[in-house]
Design a protein around this ligand. Structure first.
Ligand code: 3HC
Length: 316
Protein backbone atom coordinates (compact mmCIF):
# COMPACT_ATOMS: atom_id res chain seq x y z
CA UNK A 1 0.00 0.00 0.00
CA UNK A 2 1.41 3.43 -0.96
CA UNK A 3 2.21 6.07 1.66
CA UNK A 4 -0.51 8.22 0.06
CA UNK A 5 -3.13 5.51 0.56
CA UNK A 6 -1.95 5.01 4.16
CA UNK A 7 -2.27 8.76 4.81
CA UNK A 8 -5.71 8.90 3.16
CA UNK A 9 -6.97 5.94 5.17
CA UNK A 10 -5.63 7.52 8.37
CA UNK A 11 -7.46 10.79 7.61
CA UNK A 12 -10.74 8.92 7.01
CA UNK A 13 -10.17 6.85 10.16
CA UNK A 14 -9.58 10.08 12.14
CA UNK A 15 -12.77 11.52 10.58
CA UNK A 16 -10.79 14.38 9.04
CA UNK A 17 -11.91 16.36 6.02
CA UNK A 18 -10.42 15.52 2.61
CA UNK A 19 -9.75 18.72 0.64
CA UNK A 20 -9.23 19.16 -3.13
CA UNK A 21 -5.45 19.51 -2.69
CA UNK A 22 -5.23 16.18 -0.78
CA UNK A 23 -4.35 12.94 -2.54
CA UNK A 24 -7.39 10.68 -2.85
CA UNK A 25 -8.04 7.25 -4.38
CA UNK A 26 -9.51 7.56 -7.91
CA UNK A 27 -12.49 5.45 -6.79
CA UNK A 28 -13.25 7.95 -3.98
CA UNK A 29 -13.06 10.85 -6.42
CA UNK A 30 -15.25 9.09 -8.99
CA UNK A 31 -17.90 8.19 -6.40
CA UNK A 32 -18.03 11.80 -5.22
CA UNK A 33 -18.33 13.11 -8.80
CA UNK A 34 -21.16 10.61 -9.38
CA UNK A 35 -23.08 11.58 -6.24
CA UNK A 36 -22.46 15.35 -6.29
CA UNK A 37 -23.28 15.62 -10.01
CA UNK A 38 -26.53 13.71 -9.58
CA UNK A 39 -27.35 15.82 -6.55
CA UNK A 40 -26.75 19.01 -8.58
CA UNK A 41 -28.81 17.66 -11.49
CA UNK A 42 -31.64 16.91 -9.05
CA UNK A 43 -31.63 20.49 -7.82
CA UNK A 44 -31.93 22.06 -11.27
CA UNK A 45 -34.43 19.52 -12.65
CA UNK A 46 -36.32 19.92 -9.36
CA UNK A 47 -37.06 23.53 -10.35
CA UNK A 48 -39.49 22.34 -13.04
CA UNK A 49 -42.34 20.70 -11.08
CA UNK A 50 -42.83 23.73 -8.81
CA UNK A 51 -41.86 26.28 -11.48
CA UNK A 52 -44.96 25.02 -13.26
CA UNK A 53 -47.09 26.79 -10.59
CA UNK A 54 -45.32 30.18 -10.32
CA UNK A 55 -47.72 31.82 -12.81
CA UNK A 56 -50.71 30.11 -11.16
CA UNK A 57 -49.97 30.71 -7.48
CA UNK A 58 -53.18 31.65 -5.60
CA UNK A 59 -51.82 34.96 -4.25
CA UNK A 60 -48.96 37.41 -4.74
CA UNK A 61 -47.48 36.27 -1.41
CA UNK A 62 -47.52 32.59 -2.44
CA UNK A 63 -46.04 33.52 -5.83
CA UNK A 64 -43.19 35.46 -4.19
CA UNK A 65 -42.43 32.60 -1.77
CA UNK A 66 -42.49 30.02 -4.58
CA UNK A 67 -40.24 32.14 -6.81
CA UNK A 68 -37.75 32.46 -3.94
CA UNK A 69 -37.80 28.71 -3.40
CA UNK A 70 -37.28 27.84 -7.06
CA UNK A 71 -34.44 30.36 -7.26
CA UNK A 72 -32.89 28.71 -4.17
CA UNK A 73 -32.93 25.35 -5.97
CA UNK A 74 -31.01 26.87 -8.88
CA UNK A 75 -28.47 28.20 -6.39
CA UNK A 76 -28.18 24.77 -4.75
CA UNK A 77 -27.37 23.34 -8.16
CA UNK A 78 -24.65 25.94 -8.70
CA UNK A 79 -23.03 25.31 -5.28
CA UNK A 80 -23.00 21.60 -6.05
CA UNK A 81 -21.61 21.94 -9.59
CA UNK A 82 -18.89 24.15 -8.07
CA UNK A 83 -18.16 21.43 -5.48
CA UNK A 84 -17.97 18.84 -8.28
CA UNK A 85 -15.57 21.05 -10.27
CA UNK A 86 -13.06 20.89 -7.37
CA UNK A 87 -12.74 17.20 -8.33
CA UNK A 88 -11.46 18.08 -11.81
CA UNK A 89 -14.66 17.79 -13.84
CA UNK A 90 -16.33 20.54 -15.88
CA UNK A 91 -19.91 21.73 -15.39
CA UNK A 92 -20.44 21.64 -19.15
CA UNK A 93 -19.45 17.98 -19.28
CA UNK A 94 -21.73 17.10 -16.34
CA UNK A 95 -24.64 18.88 -18.02
CA UNK A 96 -23.90 17.08 -21.29
CA UNK A 97 -24.09 13.76 -19.40
CA UNK A 98 -27.39 14.79 -17.80
CA UNK A 99 -28.85 15.81 -21.17
CA UNK A 100 -27.64 12.55 -22.75
CA UNK A 101 -29.20 10.49 -19.94
CA UNK A 102 -25.78 9.27 -18.83
CA UNK A 103 -26.13 10.73 -15.32
CA UNK A 104 -29.19 10.49 -13.08
CA UNK A 105 -31.26 12.93 -11.11
CA UNK A 106 -33.68 12.10 -8.30
CA UNK A 107 -36.64 10.08 -9.57
CA UNK A 108 -39.03 12.19 -7.48
CA UNK A 109 -38.91 14.99 -10.03
CA UNK A 110 -40.43 12.81 -12.73
CA UNK A 111 -43.89 13.08 -11.17
CA UNK A 112 -46.39 15.78 -12.32
CA UNK A 113 -47.65 18.66 -10.17
CA UNK A 114 -51.40 18.45 -10.82
CA UNK A 115 -52.75 21.01 -8.32
CA UNK A 116 -51.53 23.85 -6.11
CA UNK A 117 -51.52 21.42 -3.17
CA UNK A 118 -48.66 19.58 -4.89
CA UNK A 119 -46.46 22.61 -4.19
CA UNK A 120 -47.24 22.12 -0.50
CA UNK A 121 -46.68 18.35 -0.65
CA UNK A 122 -43.33 18.84 -2.41
CA UNK A 123 -42.19 21.37 0.21
CA UNK A 124 -43.28 19.23 3.16
CA UNK A 125 -42.35 15.76 1.83
CA UNK A 126 -39.71 16.19 -0.89
CA UNK A 127 -37.77 18.97 0.79
CA UNK A 128 -38.35 17.23 4.11
CA UNK A 129 -36.79 14.04 2.73
CA UNK A 130 -34.00 16.11 1.19
CA UNK A 131 -33.22 17.69 4.59
CA UNK A 132 -33.24 14.29 6.31
CA UNK A 133 -30.77 13.04 3.72
CA UNK A 134 -28.67 16.21 3.51
CA UNK A 135 -28.05 17.03 7.19
CA UNK A 136 -25.69 14.03 7.62
CA UNK A 137 -23.98 15.13 4.37
CA UNK A 138 -22.87 18.29 6.22
CA UNK A 139 -20.43 15.87 7.91
CA UNK A 140 -19.32 14.22 4.64
CA UNK A 141 -15.58 13.56 4.48
CA UNK A 142 -15.16 15.67 1.33
CA UNK A 143 -14.82 19.32 2.42
CA UNK A 144 -16.36 21.24 -0.51
CA UNK A 145 -19.45 18.95 -0.54
CA UNK A 146 -19.95 19.16 3.23
CA UNK A 147 -19.64 22.96 3.21
CA UNK A 148 -22.10 23.31 0.31
CA UNK A 149 -24.56 21.24 2.35
CA UNK A 150 -24.45 23.57 5.36
CA UNK A 151 -25.91 26.49 3.40
CA UNK A 152 -28.27 24.29 1.39
CA UNK A 153 -29.76 22.75 4.55
CA UNK A 154 -30.51 26.19 6.01
CA UNK A 155 -32.51 27.08 2.89
CA UNK A 156 -34.21 23.65 2.74
CA UNK A 157 -35.70 24.28 6.19
CA UNK A 158 -37.52 27.32 4.79
CA UNK A 159 -38.62 25.19 1.81
CA UNK A 160 -40.10 22.52 4.05
CA UNK A 161 -41.85 25.00 6.33
CA UNK A 162 -43.49 26.93 3.49
CA UNK A 163 -44.76 23.64 2.04
CA UNK A 164 -46.13 22.51 5.38
CA UNK A 165 -47.87 25.86 5.82
CA UNK A 166 -49.52 25.56 2.38
CA UNK A 167 -50.88 22.13 3.32
CA UNK A 168 -51.98 23.35 6.77
CA UNK A 169 -53.93 26.21 5.14
CA UNK A 170 -55.58 23.89 2.62
CA UNK A 171 -56.26 21.09 5.10
CA UNK A 172 -58.06 23.61 7.34
CA UNK A 173 -59.85 25.29 4.44
CA UNK A 174 -62.97 24.21 2.56
CA UNK A 175 -63.73 20.49 2.15
CA UNK A 176 -62.57 20.77 -1.48
CA UNK A 177 -59.27 22.29 -0.35
CA UNK A 178 -58.84 19.60 2.29
CA UNK A 179 -59.45 16.93 -0.38
CA UNK A 180 -56.93 18.62 -2.73
CA UNK A 181 -54.29 18.48 0.03
CA UNK A 182 -55.11 14.83 0.80
CA UNK A 183 -54.91 13.90 -2.90
CA UNK A 184 -51.47 15.54 -3.20
CA UNK A 185 -50.13 13.73 -0.12
CA UNK A 186 -51.51 10.45 -1.47
CA UNK A 187 -49.53 10.94 -4.72
CA UNK A 188 -46.25 12.21 -3.23
CA UNK A 189 -45.83 10.01 -0.15
CA UNK A 190 -44.41 6.83 -1.68
CA UNK A 191 -42.17 8.55 -4.29
CA UNK A 192 -40.76 10.63 -1.39
CA UNK A 193 -39.77 7.44 0.47
CA UNK A 194 -38.01 6.31 -2.71
CA UNK A 195 -35.78 9.43 -2.58
CA UNK A 196 -33.62 7.67 0.02
CA UNK A 197 -32.54 5.11 -2.55
CA UNK A 198 -32.98 1.35 -2.79
CA UNK A 199 -33.18 -0.86 0.30
CA UNK A 200 -29.84 -1.31 2.03
CA UNK A 201 -29.39 -4.84 0.72
CA UNK A 202 -29.93 -3.53 -2.84
CA UNK A 203 -27.70 -0.45 -2.53
CA UNK A 204 -24.65 -0.76 -4.80
CA UNK A 205 -22.72 2.12 -3.21
CA UNK A 206 -23.73 2.39 0.44
CA UNK A 207 -21.12 0.13 2.05
CA UNK A 208 -18.16 1.83 0.36
CA UNK A 209 -19.72 5.28 0.68
CA UNK A 210 -20.10 4.76 4.43
CA UNK A 211 -16.57 3.36 4.73
CA UNK A 212 -15.35 6.62 3.18
CA UNK A 213 -17.54 8.74 5.51
CA UNK A 214 -19.40 10.12 2.48
CA UNK A 215 -22.66 8.56 3.61
CA UNK A 216 -23.10 8.64 7.39
CA UNK A 217 -26.32 6.58 7.57
CA UNK A 218 -27.80 3.89 5.38
CA UNK A 219 -30.71 4.49 2.98
CA UNK A 220 -33.12 2.55 5.19
CA UNK A 221 -32.00 4.32 8.39
CA UNK A 222 -32.72 7.76 6.89
CA UNK A 223 -35.98 6.56 5.34
CA UNK A 224 -37.12 5.35 8.77
CA UNK A 225 -36.08 8.69 10.33
CA UNK A 226 -38.20 10.49 7.72
CA UNK A 227 -41.28 8.31 8.30
CA UNK A 228 -40.98 8.79 12.08
CA UNK A 229 -40.84 12.57 11.54
CA UNK A 230 -43.78 12.75 9.11
CA UNK A 231 -46.42 10.69 10.90
CA UNK A 232 -47.01 13.13 13.80
CA UNK A 233 -46.83 16.06 11.36
CA UNK A 234 -49.55 14.48 9.21
CA UNK A 235 -51.71 14.11 12.33
CA UNK A 236 -51.39 17.85 13.02
CA UNK A 237 -52.34 18.53 9.40
CA UNK A 238 -55.38 16.29 9.76
CA UNK A 239 -54.27 14.40 6.67
CA UNK A 240 -53.76 10.64 6.38
CA UNK A 241 -50.70 8.94 4.87
CA UNK A 242 -51.58 6.38 2.14
CA UNK A 243 -50.18 3.31 3.93
CA UNK A 244 -52.55 0.89 5.72
CA UNK A 245 -49.53 -0.83 7.32
CA UNK A 246 -48.33 2.35 9.04
CA UNK A 247 -48.37 1.85 12.81
CA UNK A 248 -46.22 2.60 15.87
CA UNK A 249 -44.05 -0.31 16.91
CA UNK A 250 -43.25 0.28 20.59
CA UNK A 251 -40.72 -2.53 20.57
CA UNK A 252 -38.70 -0.95 17.76
CA UNK A 253 -39.42 2.61 18.82
CA UNK A 254 -40.26 3.42 15.21
CA UNK A 255 -43.24 3.38 12.86
CA UNK A 256 -43.64 0.22 10.82
CA UNK A 257 -44.63 0.97 7.24
CA UNK A 258 -45.71 -0.98 4.18
CA UNK A 259 -43.63 -2.32 1.29
CA UNK A 260 -42.24 0.12 -1.30
CA UNK A 261 -43.00 -0.60 -4.96
CA UNK A 262 -39.41 -1.07 -6.15
CA UNK A 263 -40.60 -1.96 -9.65
CA UNK A 264 -42.04 1.57 -9.87
CA UNK A 265 -38.82 3.01 -8.43
CA UNK A 266 -36.55 1.34 -10.99
CA UNK A 267 -39.02 2.00 -13.84
CA UNK A 268 -38.90 5.73 -13.08
CA UNK A 269 -35.12 5.73 -12.46
CA UNK A 270 -34.65 4.01 -15.81
CA UNK A 271 -36.60 6.72 -17.65
CA UNK A 272 -40.17 5.45 -17.75
CA UNK A 273 -41.76 7.81 -15.25
CA UNK A 274 -44.69 10.16 -15.99
CA UNK A 275 -42.49 13.19 -16.81
CA UNK A 276 -38.96 11.94 -17.57
CA UNK A 277 -38.94 12.90 -21.23
CA UNK A 278 -40.58 16.30 -20.60
CA UNK A 279 -38.11 17.19 -17.81
CA UNK A 280 -35.05 16.49 -19.96
CA UNK A 281 -36.58 18.18 -23.04
CA UNK A 282 -37.31 21.32 -20.99
CA UNK A 283 -33.83 21.20 -19.49
CA UNK A 284 -32.09 20.88 -22.90
CA UNK A 285 -34.23 23.71 -24.35
CA UNK A 286 -33.42 26.00 -21.40
CA UNK A 287 -29.72 25.20 -21.83
CA UNK A 288 -29.82 25.97 -25.56
CA UNK A 289 -31.89 29.13 -25.05
CA UNK A 290 -29.35 30.32 -22.48
CA UNK A 291 -26.31 29.70 -24.69
CA UNK A 292 -26.12 33.39 -25.80
CA UNK A 293 -26.02 34.51 -22.14
CA UNK A 294 -23.12 32.18 -21.37
CA UNK A 295 -21.26 33.27 -24.55
CA UNK A 296 -21.81 36.95 -23.73
CA UNK A 297 -20.60 36.48 -20.15
CA UNK A 298 -17.48 34.62 -21.34
CA UNK A 299 -16.78 37.28 -23.99
CA UNK A 300 -17.15 40.05 -21.40
CA UNK A 301 -14.90 38.21 -18.93
CA UNK A 302 -12.15 37.70 -21.53
CA UNK A 303 -12.38 41.39 -22.54
CA UNK A 304 -12.03 42.36 -18.88
CA UNK A 305 -8.98 40.10 -18.54
CA UNK A 306 -7.37 41.61 -21.67
CA UNK A 307 -8.05 45.12 -20.36
CA UNK A 308 -6.52 44.29 -16.95
CA UNK A 309 -3.44 42.80 -18.62
CA UNK A 310 -3.06 45.93 -20.79
CA UNK A 311 -3.32 48.22 -17.75
CA UNK A 312 -0.72 46.11 -15.95
CA UNK A 313 1.61 46.32 -18.98
CA UNK A 314 1.31 50.13 -19.17
CA UNK A 315 1.91 50.43 -15.43
CA UNK A 316 5.09 48.26 -15.61
N1 3HC B 1 -33.52 8.63 -7.93
C1 3HC B 1 -32.67 8.30 -8.94
N2 3HC B 1 -31.62 7.45 -8.78
C2 3HC B 1 -31.45 6.93 -7.54
C3 3HC B 1 -32.28 7.26 -6.45
C4 3HC B 1 -33.36 8.15 -6.70
N3 3HC B 1 -34.20 8.49 -5.73
N4 3HC B 1 -31.82 6.60 -5.36
C5 3HC B 1 -30.75 5.88 -5.75
N5 3HC B 1 -30.53 6.09 -7.07
C6 3HC B 1 -29.48 5.46 -7.88
C7 3HC B 1 -28.09 5.83 -7.41
O1 3HC B 1 -27.67 7.05 -8.00
C8 3HC B 1 -27.31 4.63 -7.93
O2 3HC B 1 -27.15 4.76 -9.33
P1 3HC B 1 -25.72 5.11 -9.99
O3 3HC B 1 -24.79 3.99 -9.61
O4 3HC B 1 -25.99 5.17 -11.47
O5 3HC B 1 -25.30 6.42 -9.39
C9 3HC B 1 -28.29 3.47 -7.72
O6 3HC B 1 -29.58 4.05 -7.69
C10 3HC B 1 -28.02 2.67 -6.47
O7 3HC B 1 -28.33 3.47 -5.34
P2 3HC B 1 -27.33 3.56 -4.09
O8 3HC B 1 -28.13 3.64 -2.85
O9 3HC B 1 -26.31 2.47 -4.18
O10 3HC B 1 -26.62 4.95 -4.44
P3 3HC B 1 -26.07 6.02 -3.39
O11 3HC B 1 -25.19 5.40 -2.37
O12 3HC B 1 -25.52 7.11 -4.23
O13 3HC B 1 -27.38 6.53 -2.60
C11 3HC B 1 -28.61 8.60 -2.60
C12 3HC B 1 -28.38 7.24 -3.30
C13 3HC B 1 -29.16 8.34 -1.19
C14 3HC B 1 -29.62 9.44 -3.42
C15 3HC B 1 -27.25 9.30 -2.50
O14 3HC B 1 -26.73 9.40 -3.80
C16 3HC B 1 -27.35 10.71 -1.92
O15 3HC B 1 -27.47 10.87 -0.72
N6 3HC B 1 -27.26 11.72 -2.79
C17 3HC B 1 -27.24 13.11 -2.32
C18 3HC B 1 -28.61 13.65 -2.08
C19 3HC B 1 -29.43 13.71 -3.35
O16 3HC B 1 -28.96 13.56 -4.44
N7 3HC B 1 -30.71 13.94 -3.20
C20 3HC B 1 -31.59 14.00 -4.38
C21 3HC B 1 -32.66 14.97 -4.14
S1 3HC B 1 -32.07 16.61 -4.09
C22 3HC B 1 -33.45 17.43 -3.69
O17 3HC B 1 -34.42 16.88 -3.36
C23 3HC B 1 -33.40 18.91 -3.74
C24 3HC B 1 -34.43 19.58 -2.92
O18 3HC B 1 -34.09 20.96 -2.85
C25 3HC B 1 -35.80 19.48 -3.47
Amino acid sequence: MTDQQVDFDAMIEADQRIEPRDWMPEAYRKSLVRQIAQHAHSEIIGMQPEGNWITRAPSLKRKAILMAKVQDEAGHGLYLYSAAETLGVSREDLLDQLHAGKQKYSSIFNYPTLTWADVGAIGWLVDGAAITNQIPLCRCSYGPYARAMVRICKEESFHQRQGYEILYTLANGTPAQHQMAQDAVDRWWWPSLMMFGPADDESAHSAQSMAWNIKRHSNDELRQRFVDMCVPQAEILGLSLPDPDLRWNAERGHYDFGPIDWDEFWRVVKGDGPCNRQRIANRVKAHEDGRWVRDAALAYASKQRARAAQTKEHAA
